[in-house]
Design a protein around this ligand. Structure first.
Ligand SMILES: *Cc1c(COP(=O)(O)O)cnc(C)c1O
Length: 457
């Protein structure tokens, strides 16, 4: 048994705690310098400081009851309206803020399920169809809400096999899911083609624009070749976009929008037989933190269209430079044809996981992916400053390993370095992996709850 952690008997002086927190923070990934490709989205310190300030003004408030906090009601309504406008919405478009992409997706699938169940042609076993690249949150939704998910295989060029998709539709299908863009390759699914199918079959089409929602509209305005993939496409019935990604607000912010209000009752929940009164809630959680609603509203208004355009341009140009660092090396290749500021790359003969570990020893952080083995980069504006260093490090590492390879030596990547996402290299879809990954996650938390006595303490 490890050390027991309790609430300290006597309150600790706040200045001392701030010191402790500052020290602990040092252990975290150094995203600020631009070496980590993911997790944190960042423009400039001054913007972050501003959104944090607004957040703290509302940190204790609760938007659960819109009557109690009319200011939060206004912020949320305007965040949804601004996002809908950005993503091809009309006057009919409605929506809600949620805590993130996953909640938006869970809520969307629950809504489609309940709407289908209230319709004329009820299905007891609803199904949804999506390309294999769709985010695991859809699998979570399938699991939580009893909707079967059917995953479509990919063509050689990483696009979804549309014939397979059409063939998978049956009388139980309630919706299709497309991503703009999908996470693994940064590619936009054929949303227009999917929308035509959805219209023809009279089923829904949810576009997961959690990653691309706050980036693609600006790239399009800048003249990049972005196909229509939002609410402006007839047949798209809902869309999700994360403000806590390229919307550059604090974490805990996403917007789920439906093309019209006919879905709203299926989304909301109400209970009228409670001694505590009548309870109603629009999303999955109960208490709705006001801080992030106010911060999102303020972030979007502080950025403005000119701000989003400016940073989209910087980020895309930075992405192009980083991609060039990869394509300049014949040993490496880009996976598929990325449409925005997200891409992944693999290696022809080397194991990219080894490259990743070597890059990590120089401070770079990239997620490892599978099919094929590859490394993942989500690019941010502040990384404009590190593209040359990245190119230099990547080149020298690839050359070093080529030399090692020539001399017939094999260098294995250390087992322990595989991250949670990094357990990817094991057999696809195996029950064993699923169980192992859950053990790993549980251990991470349980050990932190009861740390082994160490010398420091
Ligand atoms: C991030 C992401 C999600 C999930 O969002 P969370 O905020 O992590 O819950 C869903 N889909 C895509 C494409 C994403 O990039």
């Amino acid at each position: 048994m490890g050390k027991k952690t309790t609430i300290p008997e006597h309150g600790i002086p706040k200045a001392e705690l701030i010191e402790e927190i500052k020290n602990l923070k040092e252990q975290d990934v150094n995203w600020h310098g631009g070496n980590a490709f993911g997790y944190v989205y960042h423009t400039e310190d001054e913007h972050k400081k501003f959104t944090n300030e607004v957040y703290s003004l509302y940190a204790s408030t609760n938007a659960l009851n819109p009557m109690a906090f009319p200011s939060l009601k206004k912020y949320e309504a305007e965040v949804v309206a601004m996002t809908a406008d950005m993503l091809g919405g009309t006057e009919e478009t409605v929506g809600s803020m949620t805590s993130g992409g996953t909640e938006s997706i869970l809520l969307a699938i629950k809504t489609y399920r309940d709407k289908a169940q209230s319709g004329l042609f009820k299905t007891k076993s609803p199904e949804m169809i999506m390309p294999r690249t769709a985010h695991p949150a859809f699998e979570k939704a399938a699991h939580y809400f009893g909707v079967k998910s059917v995953r479509i295989s990919l063509n050689e060029d990483h696009t979804p096999n549309m014939e397979e998709l059409k063939d998978a539709i049956n009388k139980n299908t309630i919706l299709l899911v497309g991503s703009a863009c999908e996470y693994p390759r940064g590619m936009i699914d054929p949303i227009q083609e999917m929308a035509e199918i959805a219209l023809d079959k009279k089923i829904g089409l949810h576009v997961d624009s959690c990653l691309g929602g706050f980036m693609l509209p600006w790239l399009k305005k800048l003249g990049y070749d972005i196909p229509p993939c939002d609410l402006s496409v007839e047949g798209v019935t809902s869309i999700s976009a994360d403000a806590h990604k390229y919307g550059y607000t604090a974490k805990g912010s996403s917007v789920l929008m439906f093309k019209d209000s006919s879905y709203q009752k299926a989304q909301y929940f109400a209970f009228a037989d409670w001694p505590g009164g009548t309870y109603a809630s629009p999303s999955l959680g109960g208490t709705r933190p006001g801080g992030i609603i106010a911060a999102s509203w303020a972030a979007m208004r502080a950025m403005g269209q000119d701000g989003y355009l400016k940073y989209a341009k910087i980020t895309m140009e930075t992405t192009e430079k980083l991609m060039k660092a990869v394509t300049d090396l014949p040993e490496l290749f880009i996976c598929g044809r990325p449409d925005m500021t997200v891409f992944s790359f693999g290696a022809h003969e080397l194991n990219p996981y080894i490259i990743s570990d070597a890059m990590e020893s120089r401070g770079w952080v990239m997620d490892k992916m599978r099919e094929p083995r590859s490394l993942h980069l989500i690019v941010n504006p502040h990384q404009a400053a590190v593209t040359e260093q990245f190119a230099e490090d990547l080149k020298s590492i690839v050359e070093e390993y080529k030399e090692i390879g020539k001399r017939g030596m094999k260098k294995k990547y250390p087992e322990g370095s595989a991250s949670l996402y990094g357990m990817i290299d094991m057999a696809a879809g195996s029950k064993l992996v699923v169980s192992k990954v859950k053990d790993y996650l549980a251990d991470q938390f349980n050990e932190a709850m009861h740390p082994e006595d160490s010398d420091e303490s």
